[in-house]
Design a protein around this ligand. Structure first.
Ligand SMILES: [Zn+2]
Length: 473
């Protein structure tokens, strides 16, 4: 069960050669050879035995105990101690004492993986998978999982980045480096020294205490220095023989303190993409064909995008350097073009009237008709149904008005008012300023009407006038 080393046979051969060469002893003495086992634990010699059965039993029992106490760990019986076989003459060994020694010294060790940072064992975890997880989680203290996974898969594929990924995520890792070597190795350890991955990580995250020199920048009490480094005063005094409680240190005086330092600095180089918006300009074109106060967007404005690529170096998540490596405009801006009206419409009429329809003819004049006064003129059979304002003015009425049907009244503010009746639809509203010739509605046959036509009336200072004194075909 226990492997004996080749050393035993080698010793035997050497012994026989020595005997044959120089020793005058008899043949009877030569054959008195005993095979023994030297017992080593952690390379330390415990004692020797002639029969290893007792040891095997002891180890088996202890391992069984450990297995039931720590069912989650692995215990390898053969790895618990080393037996080295040797053939000796006239063996004088105290087996009882060896066994007693073993009973005292023997502690079962579990299979472990030690996490080694800067050649120093920081913790033990039970499996290789855990060891790898610890190393990964050291990285994850300073980056997120997705980012690390992408970096690792890119490394494997031998590419810098997946197309478009930098733009999408805004950042990618270029390199991850440790300031000291970080590695793991298989070993064995007392089971109570094993940690979970999270325990190991929080230990590493916490950092280690390291002795450093502190130089006072002014007079200080020792207690303040101890407080600053989260130390007890006694600890500080112990580190600095010659200092006593109640002492003060002066400017420039150096004392040894324990400072918490990270086990390892993780240096991450990243490429970071940042985008900034470039505002667009506005251009205003003054348009004399457009009424003042009105504006039309001729071209929509669009913001541009400028992207900056930075190279950022971080140590333990803290930004150390940042340099711009690339600057480019990824989207061009577009100017906004607005037409602004400058035309001023007078609210007062010009005094001359324009034909209120698009072509057509006078189908009925002003006068008495069937015993009733026909107050205006009728215009029918136009080219289009557009009804236009005869002069500048302000809409006084726009809506339905009994026998007039849909009617518009414009006050020209110069003593004249005009009525437009039987409209199919009205395009303007009361209070609106109207320019001469502007469309106010469509010709129709609403109200008391026998066909599509415009009924047009003119009033001068409140008195009905004859439209034909003002307009002609
Ligand atoms: Zn009429």
């Amino acid at each position: 069960m226990f492997s004996s080393k080749i050393k035993g046979s080698f010793l035997l051969v050497v012994s026989i050669i020595l005997l044959l060469a120089g020793n005058r002893a008899t043949a009877a003495e030569i054959v008195k050879i005993t095979s023994i086992q030297h017992v080593y634990m952690d390379k330390e010699f415990i004692g020797s035995v002639t029969d290893e059965t007792e040891i095997e039993k002891l180890v088996s029992e202890k391992v069984s105990e450990a297995e039931s106490e720590y069912p989650e760990y692995t215990f390898d019986e053969e790895a618990q101690m080393t037996l080295v076989r040797e053939n000796v003459f006239n063996a004088e060994i105290d087996e009882k004492q060896t066994m007693e020694e073993l009973e005292d010294e023997f502690t079962v060790k579990a299979t472990a993986f030690e996490i080694i940072i800067d050649n120093q064992v920081v913790s033990y975890v039970p499996t290789k998978k855990d060891a790898k997880e610890v190393l990964k989680k050291i990285n994850l203290l300073y980056m997120d999982e997705e980012e690390l996974a992408e970096y690792e898969s890119n490394q494997e594929a031998g590419v810098l980045e997946q197309p478009g990924s930098l733009k999408e995520k805004g950042s990618r890792i270029l390199s991850i480096e440790y300031t000291v070597p970080v590695t793991w190795k298989e070993t064995t350890v007392e089971p109570d020294k094993l940690m979970t991955v999270n325990e190991a990580i929080s230990l590493i995250e916490k950092g280690k205490k390291e002795e450093v020199t502190y130089e006072a920048s002014g007079e200080e009490e020792l207690e303040m220095v101890a407080d600053r480094y989260d130390m007890k005063l006694e600890q500080l005094i112990k580190l600095n023989p010659g200092l006593e409680e109640g002492n003060r240190i002066g400017e420039g005086q150096k004392v040894q303190v324990m400072e918490i330092m990270p086990y390892v600095d993780v240096v991450v180089e990243r490429e970071v993409l940042k985008e900034t918006v470039i505002p667009f300009e506005r251009k205003v074109i003054r348009d004399k064909n457009l009424q003042k106060g009105e504006s039309v967007v001729e071209q929509e404005g669009r913001e541009g995008v400028q992207s900056f690529t930075y190279k950022v170096t971080e140590t333990n998540g803290e930004k150390i350097t940042e340099t711009i490596v690339k600057k480019e405009i990824t989207e061009h801006k577009q100017k906004q073009v607005i037409r602004k009206g400058t035309k001023i419409i007078p609210s007062e009429g010009s005094g001359t009237f324009a034909w209120p329809a698009d072509g057509g003819y006078i189908s009925s004049k002003q006068g008495h008709r069937w015993g009733k006064l026909h107050k205006g003129i009728d215009i029918a059979r136009p080219t289009s149904r557009t009804i236009k304002a005869t002069d500048h003015g302000v809409v006084e009425f726009a809506g339905n008005s009994g026998g007039y049907g849909n009617k518009v009244t414009i006050n020209h503010n110069n003593g004249y008012k005009t009525n437009y009746a039987h409209l199919e639809s009205i395009n303007i509203e009361a209070g609106q300023k109207i320019e001469k010739g502007m469309k106010i509605g469509s010709m129709g046959s609403t109200g008391n009407s026998t066909g599509i036509h415009l009924h047009f009336e003119v009033y001068k200072n409140g008195v009905l006038a004859n439209p034909l004194d003002y307009i002609s075909q």
